[in-house]
Structure formats: structure tokens, C-alpha cells
Design a protein around this ligand. Sequence first.
Ligand code: ATP
Length: 483
Amino acid sequence: MTPKDMFSHLGSIIASVMFVWAMFQQYLPYQLRSSMEKYSQRLVSLIYPYIQIRFNEFTGERLMRSEAYSAIENYLSTNTSTQAKRLKADVVKNSQSLVLSMDDHEEVADEFKGVKLWWASGKNVSKIPQLSFHPVSEDKRFYKLTFHRRHRDLILGPYLNHVLKEGKAIKVRNRQRKLYTNNGSHWSHVVFEHPATFQTLAMDPKMKKDIIDDLITFSKAEEFYARVGRAWKRGYLLYGPPGTGKSTMIAAMANLLGYDLYDLELTAVKDNTELRKLLIETSSKSIIVIEDIDCSLDLTGQRRKKKEKTEAEEEKDPKQKLDKEDKDARGSQVTLSGLLNFIDGLWSACGGERLIVFTTNYVEKLDPALIRKGRMDKHIELSYCRFEAFKGLAKNYLVLESHHLFPKIRELLEETNMTPADVAEHLMPKTILGDATSSLENLIQALETAKEEAMSKAEEEAKKTEQSAQESKEQAKGFVAEK
Ligand SMILES: Nc1ncnc2c1ncn2[C@@H]1O[C@H](COP(=O)(O)OP(=O)(O)OP(=O)(O)O)[C@@H](O)[C@H]1O
């Protein structure tokens, strides 16, 4: 039989089937037709070895958009862009990127633990016009999952859990993140769009890797925390001089994990009750940040007095002086024990993962109770810029992996304390046409000046110490002579 004959044969079979189907539709009474359809479906399901599950887009009496449908949509968005031939693209509310999903009546295959299954998207067009106050589409969309019945337990249990979890995680990754700040006992938010990432953060690469690993392990450790009966939280203490990247690192953490940020201004919180209310309102997958914890909180139970801050410290960090004066003027009765209570106890009342990050410029001033392990699990020192961190900055700012001025810079950075913020400032091109060499020369000059200043300061201090030692020696001599 030639292919042409085959097609004409097939054509006549289709024509006969269509004819029988038309007769069936037209002449059989409705009741007989529906019971025939019912029994034929039962017969097919006896022979047909596949199970099908349908997930409708809208469910319930009030026709709410189904969470399962939207999780599946997100889950399939990763598969569809590579497999499906017809895709739909949309900007979903609160999402930061275009979401691709398969178009109606498309099918994609998936595999789970060696088992193959199929997802198909479908649409029933409603024939009856609907009157509803709810945002109901007239087209009823659904996903249909098909799999062999011998894999029933695997698919209905672990696979569907995996799809829902993964789908929700994709949604979280794609959503627009928010930066919350508290105004008294209320949070208000803006869209969080800080460009800092761990890639742009200049620090020792080993230390950086260690922090990234720690964060990722934490974010995937839901089962572990549930098994050992601990609240899913982790505390980080970031300390180091101003301009060493503490705030930048927090932004990089939020970007890495896709978490929201809650910037908690403790001095604006009236008391422990208000603090509890604010913290309970934080959502899961968030980082709660308390910056400059040493200035925000009275570590002894009473507000600190201005004079406690030595002049030298204030000179070193004028921002803190201003902050503190401002805070003293407003006042807050949040106590250390209130904060500790929350960190220890109340976490358990809130589900989901949370990171709490404290920052300080003066770690030695913090009450040991606040930073002991278990409360602040990881202490991270952000320090002056050394050569490894500089290489990161040079790569980001100047797109340079090496340069003949690098050895000189290495030498100077080992001898001089300059913050990454200052180094970065010198690497910024001064003119649009500024080249890398002139930026590096600028930096060398700044480092040499800083080195000279540090040396003359040290000399001055040595002189002062010698002078006061001399004075006390003479005083002692006079005292002995008087006697
Ligand atoms: N390690 C770093 N890598 C890249 N850029 C940095 C780093 N440290 C600081 N910077 C740059 O310097 C600026 C100030 O840094 P940042 O605010 O993160 O410092 P900080 O330690 O939080 O200071 P403060 O204690 O005053 O709040 C940032 O905008 C960032 O561009």
C-alpha cells in the first residue's frame, strides 16, 4: 500500500467515525447518551493504566484563585520555557521579572525519581455569561497531571509536595522584595532594590564563601530545625569600623536569599510590648536588622547618658554622635531583657524562617548576654581593606584582574588601615574618560597620605605617653623629696 492509499484509507475511516458520532449525538435520547458516556468512561478507566488529576485555577464557592494552581504555574514555568512550543508571558503583580508559562492546550513532560509524568494545560470556555463581583475569568483554566497508576503513592505524596514547595519557592524568588521601616509601632514599606550582591562585596574570598554557605544551609534547613525542635532562625552579628560594608552585606544577604528586610529602629519603639507587636508582624523569609545595637539599646536597663561616649569615639564616628543625640532626645524603654526574651522565646510563635542581624562598630561594648552563641550564632568581623578585598573592588570598579601597580598597593594595604568604602571611593573614575591607571595612582597617593598621617599620629601619641611618664616620674621624685 502506497502512502497515498494509506491516507485515503485513513480519511474514509475518520469520515465514518464522524458520521457515526453525528448520528449518535442527533438521534439518541439525552439520558441514554449520558449513561452511555458514563459507562464508556468507566470501561476506559478499567483498561487505561493512567491516572489523571485536574487542578482548577479557581476553587471553592467564592471562586478564589487556587494556591495549588499558582504554585504549579510557577513550578512549570521553569520547565515550560525549554519544552513547550507556545508560551505566555506576563508581568505578574509583585513579581520583579517576566513570568513565562505554557499556553493553553500545551503539554510538557516531567521526571521525578526516574518516573515520567505529563502536565497539560487546558481551558474550558464558559458558555453561560457569569455575573460575579469576584475577578473570575470566563475561561476556566486548569492543569492536568497524568501518570501511570503504579506510581500513585509516589506522585500523590512526595512528588506533589515537591511541586508545591518548589513552586512557592520560585514565587518567592521572583517576587519584588520589600524594605520595611518602623515608625513607632507601625511598619511601612518601599520596594527593596539594592544592587549589592556577594559578588560586588569586597572581602576575603574564603570568609565570603563561608558566609554564603552558612546562609544557604540555613535557608534549606527547614526539616532539620523541625526535627531538633528549634525555631527556624539564625542570628548574625556584624561588627567592624564604619564603612567596612556591614549595611552592604545585609543587602547582599537579602538579595542572595530573596528575603524581605525589616530595618528596626529600636529607639523609635516605645516599650517591650510595642517591640513584641512589631516583631510578630514580620513575615517569614525576612531579615530583621538592628543597626548600631550599642547605640540603640541601653545595655544596663537604663538609657545611656551622653557623656558615656568618649570624645575620641565620637570624633572617629560623628554619625554615631548625631544618632545618639537624636535618640536620647526621643527616648525608648525597650530593655535588653525585652529583646533577649523575644530572640529566645517569641520566635517560636512565628512560623517560617527569619534572620536577625545586629550591627555595631564597637563589639567590645556589647553585653555578652546579647551576643552569646545560640542568640547570635555567627559573629562576622568586617575590617579594613586588605589586598584580597581590594582585588574584588578592582575587578568590579575597574574590570581589572592584575596591573603593574598591584604589588605597590598590596604593600601599602598591609601597612595602612583604609576601609573598603574609602578604597572604593578612590577607584571611582574622576572623569568620564578616567582610566584604570590614574584611579590606581589616586589610591596609592591616598594610601601614602593615610600612612604618613597614621605614623605622625603614632609618633605624637608616643611623645605624649613619654611626656606623661616623665611627669609622673618627676611627681614621684618630688613626693619622695618632700617626705
Ligand atoms: N566590603 C565592601 N565591598 C564593596 N563596597 C563596600 C564595602 N564596604 C563598603 N563599601 C562601600 O562603601 C559604602 C558604605 O558602606 P556600608 O554602609 O556598607 O558600611 P557600614 O560598615 O555599614 O558603615 P556604618 O557602620 O557607618 O553603617 C557602600 O555604599 C559601599 O559602596
